[in-house]
Ligand binder design. Structure first.
Ligand SMILES: Cc1cc2nc3c(=O)[nH]c(=O)nc-3n(C[C@H](O)[C@H](O)[C@H](O)COP(=O)(O)OP(=O)(O)OC[C@H]3O[C@@H](n4cnc5c(N)ncnc54)[C@H](O)[C@@H]3O)c2cc1C
Length: 465
C-alpha cells in the first residue's frame, strides 16, 4: 500500500527529510506543506547590485558524512570554500581585540589566557570524568570550566557558543548542543577521547580498505556559489510537485490509524505519518489534540537575531580585514554579538573594490535590540567596527534582516525533554524535525533526515504491515 506522508514546513530540514523519504520509499506519496510563498525557511540569499545578503546561515562546514556539502554534491549544487583567511579569528574581550590561537605556538603566546590558565589546559587529561547523558546534563560553560579551566570557558568557549546559538554558554546544554564533546568525556576526556576517536577513525578507514595513511579531508567552511539558498532551491526542484507553497497547516490530529491535517481552511487531508519540520513554537499550536505534546514544544525557546550588513569601499578602510571576523565576549561594551567579513571569505559577495561585513545583533544577550529600527541597528554595527577595527568611514551600502525566532536554545536538560517529546509524537504517528530538536546547524538539520526516515519507517511499518 502506498504510504502517504506529509512534511509540514519547507525549510532546509523539511526539504531534506522529504528528499530522503522519497529516496527511501520510492512509491510513497510525500507532500511538503509550506505556509510561505517560497521554500527555504530562514535560509534566504538576496543579491542586490552585487551585494549578497544571507538571511540566516551563510555557510557550513564540509566533512560531515551526511551533511550539507555531501547533499550539494549529490544534487549538483556548485560549492566554494571560504578563502584561507577564514582560519584567522578574533575575540573582543577585556576591551581589546585578541586573535584566537591558530596553532600550538600561538596558544603558548596568546594573551587570551594567563600562564595559570594555560597550565590548567595542559592538565585536562588528569581530570576525572563524569557520565553525561540526557539525565546528567550540564552547561557547555560548566563543562569547559571543569575540563579546561574557567579562563578557557570565559574567553574562548563562551564567545564561540554565542557565535553558534546567539545564546549564553551558561545555559546551553553540552549534551544536546555539543554531543561530540560529551562523547569525548565518555572516552576519558577531551585529549584521551580525541585520541581514541582518531584511532577508531583510522581503524574504520583500514576496515573499509582505504589504508591507515589516507587521512580524512579537513573540514572547511563552504557555501553554495551565489548563496546558501541554492541548496534549498535544488531540493525543491528535485521534489517538484510534491512541494506545495502557500499551504499553511492549522491543525494536526491523529485519528484512528491516520493523521488528519488541516490546510488553510480546506477539507482535512489524511496521512499515514506527519513530519513536523517547523520551529517548535510554530508546531505547538498545531498539536493541541495530542496529550502532553504542545507544552513540551512550547518550552523550546528561540533567540531573536538581527543581521546588519554594512558595505564599504575597500579604499576607505585602513585595516586589511584579513580574517573571518570577530566575536564579542559577554559583558563587553560593544553593542553586537560579532561580525563576519563576508566578502573576505567569498569575494563574490560584494562588488569589485568593496567589502561586505555582516554584524550579528541581539540573541539572548540583548533580545530587545532586534526590535530597534534599521538606523539603530546599523549604528550598532558601525560603533562596533569603529572600536574593534578603527573603521570610521560611512558605509556605502546597508541592509538589515530580522529573525525574530532566530536560533533555538538548547537549555540544560534539552536532550531529555526532546526524547520525551519524540516518544509522545511517535505514539501519535508524528515525527519532530528541524533545528529545534537535534542540532541547530544546517549540517545537523540535513543529517537528521536519516533519523526522520527511520522514524517514519517505524510508524508506518507498525501502522500498515
Ligand atoms: C542569523 C542566523 C545565522 C545562522 N547562521 C548559520 C550558519 O552560519 N551555519 C549554520 O549551519 N546554521 C546557521 N544558522 C542556523 C540555520 O540557518 C537554521 O537552524 C536552519 O536553517 C533552520 O532550518 P529549519 O528547516 O529547521 O527551520 P526554518 O528555516 O524555520 O523552516 C521552517 C519552515 O516552516 C514553515 N512553517 C511555519 N509554520 C508553518 C505552518 N503552520 N504550516 C506550514 N509551514 C509552516 C516556515 O514558513 C518555514 O519555511 C543561522 C540562523 C540564523 C537565524
Amino acid at each position: 500500500m502506498t504510504r502517504r506522508i506529509a512534511v509540514v514546513g519547507g525549510g532546509i530540514a523539511g526539504l531534506a527529510a522529504a528528499h530522503r523519504l522519497v529516496e527511501r520509499f520510492g512509491d510513497a506519496d510525500v507532500s511538503v506543506l509550506e505556509a510561505d510563498g517560497r521554500v527555504g525557511g530562514v535560509l534566504r540569499s538576496v543579491s542586490e547590485d552585487g551585494w549578497v545578503h544571507e538571511y540566516a546561515a551563510n555557510a557550513f562546514l564540509s566533512g560531515a558524512p551526511d551533511g550539507a556539502v555531501a547533499l550539494c554534491h549529490e544534487l549538483g549544487v556548485a560549492v566554494e570554500e571560504a578563502s584561507a583567511a577564514a582560519k584567522r579569528r578574533w575575540i573582543w574581550i577585556d576591551g581589546a581585540l585578541r586573535a584566537l590561537p591558530g596553532g600550538p605556538l600561538d596558544a603558548i603566546r596568546t594573551p587570551l589566557l594567563s600562564w595559570r590558565g594555560k597550565l590548567r589546559v595542559l592538565t585536562e587529561p588528569l581530570r576525572g570524568t563524569r557520565a553525561l547523558g540526557p539525565d546528567a546534563d550540564e552547561s557547555i560553560y560548566d563543562f569547559a570550566a571543569r575540563r579546561l579551566g574557567p579562563e578557557v570557558a570565559r574567553a574562548i568557549v563562551a564567545p564561540f557558543v554565542t557565535g553558534i546559538f546567539a545564546g549564553d554558554a551558561r545555559n546551553v546544554s553540552v549534551v544536546a548542543g555539543f554531543p561530540k564533546l560529551a562523547a569525548l568525556e565518555a572516552d576519558g576526556g577531551l585529549l584521551r577521547g580525541g585520541l581514541a576517536a582518531m584511532r577508531k577513525a583510522r581503524a574504520a578507514r583500514e576496515a573499509a580498505g582505504g589504508g591507515a595513511k589516507r587521512k580524512r579531508a579537513p573540514s572547511r567552511l563552504t557555501a553554495p556559489v551565489g548563496g546558501v539558498e541554492a541548496l534549498a532551491a535544488a531540493l525543491a526542484d528535485r521534489l517538484g510537485r510534491r512541494v506545495r507553497t502557500g499551504a499553511r497547516v492549522t491543525g494536526v490530529t491523529p485519528v484512528a490509524a491516520d493523521v488528519e491535517v488541516d490546510i488553510g481552511g480546506g477539507a482535512p487531508q489524511r496521512f499515514d505519518a506527519v513530519v513536523l519540520a517547523l520551529p517548535a513554537t510554530a508546531a505547538a499550536p498545531l498539536v493541541g489534540a495530542v496529550p502532553d505534546l504542545a507544552p513540551r514544544l512550547a518550552e523550546v525557546e528561540y533567540a531573536p537575531v538581527a543581521v546588519a550588513y554594512l558595505g564599504f569601499r575597500r579604499a576607505d578602510l585602513a585595516h586589511p580585514l584579513d580574517g573571518f571576523g570577530f566575536l564579542v565576549a559577554q559583558g563587553e561594551a560593544l553593542p553586537i554579538l560579532g561580525a563576519v567579513f563576508e566578502s573576505v571569505l567569498w569575494s563574490s559577495r560584494a562588488p569589485d573594490g568593496h567589502v561586505l561585513i555582516r554584524c550579528i545583533i541581539g540573541g539572548t544577550r540583548e533580545p530587545a535590540a532586534v526590535g530597534e529600527d534599521d538606523a539603530a541597528l546599523i549604528a550598532r554595527g558601525r560603533a562596533a567596527l569603529a572600536q574593534g577595527f578603527g573603521i570610521t568611514s560611512a558605509p556605502v551600502h546597508t541592509h538589515v534582516v530580522r529573525q525574530r525566532h532566530g536560533v533555538a536554545q538548547y537549555r540544560v536538560g534539552h536532550a531529555r525533554r526532546v526524547a520525551d517529546a519524540d516518544a509522545i509524537a511517535r505514539a501519535h504517528r508524528l515525527v519532530l524535525a528541524g533545528s529545534g530538536y537535534h542540532g541547530v546547524a544546517v549540517n545537523d538539520c540535513i543529517a537528521d533526515a536519516r533519523r526522520v526516515v527511520a522514524e517514519v519507517e517505524r510508524i508506518t511499518g507498525e501502522a500498515r504491515s
